[in-house]
Write a protein that binds this ligand. Sequence first.
Ligand SMILES: [Fe+2]
Ligand SMILES: [Fe+2]
Length: 162
Amino acid sequence: MAKTKANKEKSTDILALIEAEHRQVENLLAEAEKSKGAKLVEQFNKIYIAVILHARTEELVFYPALREYEETEQYVEEAEEEHEEVSFILEEIKALKPTNPEFKEKMLELKETLEHHVQEEESEIFNAVRECMSDKELTELGQEFQETKDKLVSNVEAALAM
Ligand SMILES: [Fe+2]
Ligand SMILES: [Fe+2]
């Protein structure tokens, strides 16, 4: 019983969850670089869902928590702007055929924009978070992150189909 609880708490630290999702998206992007045609579209669809789901969940759970502390609130505005930029690029790519040369160009733009954003989250933002939030809070936020994400899945899948 106690062991199960400990495992659960460990796996729900919000920073660990966010980091794992960043790595997952990086892997999907690397896979997409090697793909073309229908396979490229399939990879793009996976990226679209993973990134939008991640960004929306951060906006609902992580960023509001950042706003609660003096050490972290300064990062929210820029991070939200970067999410908007990423969403915009995703919609642009979604409208393109995989045979259009612009598809790969936009994928590169997406990759660079994400790299910059992820780097900022994992360095400055995470460092500031560790200064002000307790382990308990990070675990609670992790649970909330997971629950919120689960609820958003069907909406994001519907957005891809639109
Ligand atoms: Fe983010
Ligand atoms: Fe993130």
